[in-house]
Ligand binder design. Sequence first.
Ligand code: GLN
Length: 280
Amino acid sequence: MKIEIAIKKACQELKKNKITSALLDSEILLSKVINKDRKFILLNFDRKLNQKDQDIFKNLILERSKGKPVAYLTGLKSFWNYNFKVNEKVLIPRPETEIIVEQVLKIYKNKDNLNFLEIGVGSGCISLSILKEKKSFLATGVDLSKDCIKICRYNANKLGVSNRIKLLKSDVDNLIFRKYDLIIANPPYIKKLDLSKLDRDVKNYEPKLALYGGLEGLSVIRKVIKKSSELIKKCGKLVLEIGYDQREPVKKMLNENNFYVNESLKDLAKNDRCIISTKK
Ligand code: GLN
């Protein structure tokens, strides 16, 4: 079967199953099967696929039509300037989370030798991207999930920054020293009512541990703020990702824990997404 026909058939199958990005997804998945980039596919529509590749592709399309995210099927997701290995144990890096990286690089544009902590490091996309851009920074990443630490370690090695990040499978409660200039977190912040409203792909495949923030979605954020106020140096910064309706309650929590709120930022969809604060 020619590439053109295989893509067409795959597209039809995905559309039938309400996958809106059918063409792009088909191209990405076929690239994975034949180990070439998307450009190759677009330029070689007439090329024949062998039976084995056809079968593998068909299986991937079947999984995708059930809702499994492309990133879990390819095992990769690009974020900032880099590719991160992912699997079903880690949250897939989101473009809106790049705001955190962007803001940290802006705040510390002329600063070297910073020691930062990320609470809930996941795939490592935030911390590792920052380490790539700031060669004198040192990081610590904690996560409750052993699988996240494993993936993050792999990504750190791949990106050549593993000598500058300490990774701990631990609850943040186990950290005790007030030594961080900066703390970052993209904690689980989806509230109970919103959990069922998430996209099918997210709801059925991504780890609840990385998404669910309790009844109001604020349980983990509350803990992160409280603990950060103990771990952060005076005048250190806390940069948090938050849910669309959490700006005011989070501001209040920050004030109650001796943080001064610098600013809150919206993502491209105009939702509140990030809060920057400073420890008094
Ligand atoms: N932004 C993610 C989503 O809506 C949630 C990430 C999180 O809870 N930290 O799917």
